[in-house]
Each structure stands twice: as C-alpha cells, then as structure tokens.
Design a protein. Sequence first.
Length: 134
Amino acid sequence: MKFPYKKLSSGISRPIIPIEVVYREKALGYYALIDSGADINVFPAEIADLLGIDIKKGKRGEISGITQGEVQVYYTHPIIINVGGWKYKTSAAFMPTLSKNGYGLLGQNGFFNLFKVKFDHSKQEIELQEFSKK
C-alpha cells in the first residue's frame, strides 16, 4: 500500500498518512507522522478525550526528545489502528502536553513492528507492506 507524502503549508513534505484510531466502539480519523526515531506511538491527549479514554488510568511513562525542556508525562492505552483497511491491535501513548495542532507519531513499537516501511523521498511516497500474521 502506498501513500503520498503530505505537503505542509511551509512547502516541506513529510511522511504523514491518514489513519483511524479505534478504542472500543469509537473510531477517529487522524493524520500521523511515520517517525523512525520515535520509540512508540504518541498522540495528543485530545485524541484520547474524543475516544472516551480516561488517560490517567493508563500506564504512566515519561518521554523527552520531542518536547522542549523537561521530561513530559504520557499514559499508554491499548488501541487499534486502521491503516488503509489493515487493522492492528497496538498501543499508543497519550500526552497532555503534545500540541493539538500537530500530528501524532507512529513509532518503532506499535507501527514499525507491524509494517515493513519504505520511504522513497524522490517519489515523495511511503510504501507499507503488511508483515505476515502468524
């Protein structure tokens, strides 16, 4: 499955793809950046709110690197991500201090372990191949 890079208003193109985040009976369409430098999937707390997730009931963790300054708190919850019709049980960290105006991050654990990812910068395209389900 192939996705074009998303061209931002700044003129920069990034590997941002449409996904659906599913929790219990609720689903939400959202855009996320495929980020090979991210350890985990990270979304703003607003996404959890819209899905009816009480984030503080999740597993608490801390993160740095994507935020300026001090270490920030996140809460991990099980979710399903739907990428082009492929649905996978995974998890995501919901972070109260992550900007609502940006994009979520799809990281090593929770995305790259589910898909073989090929970035083709010259074509401005991402290709995902589903790993065999065993």
